[in-house]
Ligand binder design. Structure first.
Ligand code: PLP
Length: 422
């Protein structure tokens, strides 16, 4: 990325080495070795590591508070219920939702999108209706809509991007027609890093009466999310990418919209009265949380949000933008290396190819040096088709990564180049 005014300001506020070292102490896994080398974890876009605060909270919950929620009169059940609902309050505060009941716990971003597609889409879309996507979407924001294409006969319309990996917003806007019933797009691309101008896009869609689902799976670990400021109708994210547990995610939806959506799954806890002559459903949020939820996951996710608040979003952004600028400059020095995704605004990840080298070979060789990166299509096959590729190598940084780790990545890449290409 070419540093712009915004990143120049951030770089000036770069956290001190002592601060970064203290952050790293919070993540026990960063102290381990892989293949006899200190672990260098650059696969944060796939899943981030867990701070002691989250690990301890999970341990405390299972050691002292666990029972099933919402149904027990006994103390443990009430304590677990209290902790679970307190977690919802934390999530709502973190996302700046107007009310906690607007935050539904799901298994992750994927399930949250499927919930909206199945429930809202099933009730509101019909043959000929259009859903506007972009070519940079993760499969999780393509396939659920494609399933509705098969089921209902809706049409998917796909907005293009530039060679730099930026959404062509004017083209996107032109694709909104009277048939468009929904726009769904990523806040940040997991393959290119591109940050889409979500707030402006949402305003444009709303001006044409089109609701918006914003996929925040890649943005939520990197920036302060304010769903009310964005004015998105739905927002989805995954706990495991935000330093929280796996198997937990959030669907935020405006209360009026969510409240009008039919249940997604049926079962315990989401009902008012069940009889064989008919069943009535509870209100928000219970109607979308059938069965025993991931209680520990929700509590752990709240601990992750509290932890991130203690670090501070400005400090996180300053460190990550520094890593992005530093790594971009260093990678560009490597002969034959091409970076895919050169948007003016990016989250801290870099997709690249090296002439003559297959991403899988690069990933395997980096692993021998203890460096974990992602290789392959990153669940964005249509995006790579756009670039005439089948995938890339992707290094994705969190605030606990360091410039020294990027130096090690560069050294290792140069070594791999020499080994394979002479
Ligand atoms: N959307 C984007 C942009 C992602 O990067 C991912 C995961 O990589 C998802 C959705 C799906 O997230 P999950 O697999 O945690 O449900």
């Amino acid at each position: 990325m070419i540093p712009n005014k915004q990143t120049e300001t951030l770089l000036a506020d770069r956290p001190s080495p002592e601060t970064i070292a203290a952050w790293r102490q919070d993540f026990p896994i960063l102290g381990r070795e892989v293949n006899g080398k200190p672990l260098i974890y650059l696969d944060n876009g796939a899943s981030s590591q867990k701070p002691r605060a989250v690990i301890n909270r999970l341990e405390h919950y299972y050691a002292h508070e666990h029972a099933n929620i919402h149904r027990g009169v006994h103390v443990l059940s009430q304590e677990a219920t209290g902790a679970y609902e307190a977690a919802r309050e934390t999530v709502a505060r973190y996302l700046n939702a107007a009310e906690a009941r607007e935050c539904i716990f799901t298994r992750g971003a994927t399930e949250a999108i499927n919930l909206v597609a199945s429930s809202w889409g099933g009730a509101n879309l019909q043959a000929g209706d259009e859903v506007l996507l972009t070519v940079m979407e993760h499969h999780a924001n393509i396939v659920p809509w494609q399933m509705l294409e098969t089921r209902l006969g809706i049409k998917l319309v796909v907005a293009p991007i530039s060679d730099e990996g930026e959404l062509l917003v004017e083209e996107w806007e032109k694709l909104i027609s009277p048939r468009t019933k929904l726009a769904a797009f990523c806040h940040a691309s997991n393959s290119l890093g591109t940050v889409n101008p979500a707030k402006a896009m949402i305003a444009k869609a709303h001006a044409k009466g089109v609701p918006v689902l914003l996929d925040g799976a890649q943005s939520s670990a990197h920036m302060k999310i304010d769903v009310r400021d964005l004015d998105c109708d739905w927002f989805v994210c995954s706990g495991h990418k935000i330093f929280g547990p796996t198997g937990i995610g959030v669907l935020y939806g405006k209360a009026a919209l969510l409240g009008a959506m039919p249940p997604y799954q049926g079962g315990g806890d989401m009902i008012d009265v069940v009889s064989f002559s008919g069943t009535t459903f509870r209100g928000l949020p219970e109607r979308f949380e059938a069965g025993t939820p991931n209680i520990a996951g929700a509590i752990g996710l709240a601990a992750a949000f509290d932890y991130l608040d203690s670090i501070g979003h400005e400090a996180i952004a300053a460190q990550e933008q520094d890593l992005l600028a530093y790594a971009t400059a260093q990678l560009q020095q490597i002969e034959g290396l091409t970076i895919y995704g050169r948007a003016a605004e990016k989250v801290s990840l870099i997709s690249f190819m090296i002439d003559g080298l297959h991403p899988n070979d690069i990933g395997t060789m980096l692993d021998m040096d203890g460096i974990a990166v992602r290789t392959g299509h990153h669940c964005t096959m249509p995006l790579w088709e756009r670039f005439g590729l089948t995938g890339t190598t992707r290094a994705s940084f969190a605030f606990y990564n360091t410039r020294e780790e990027i130096d090690a990545l560069i050294t290792s890449l140069n070594k791999i180049r020499r080994l394979f290409l002479g």
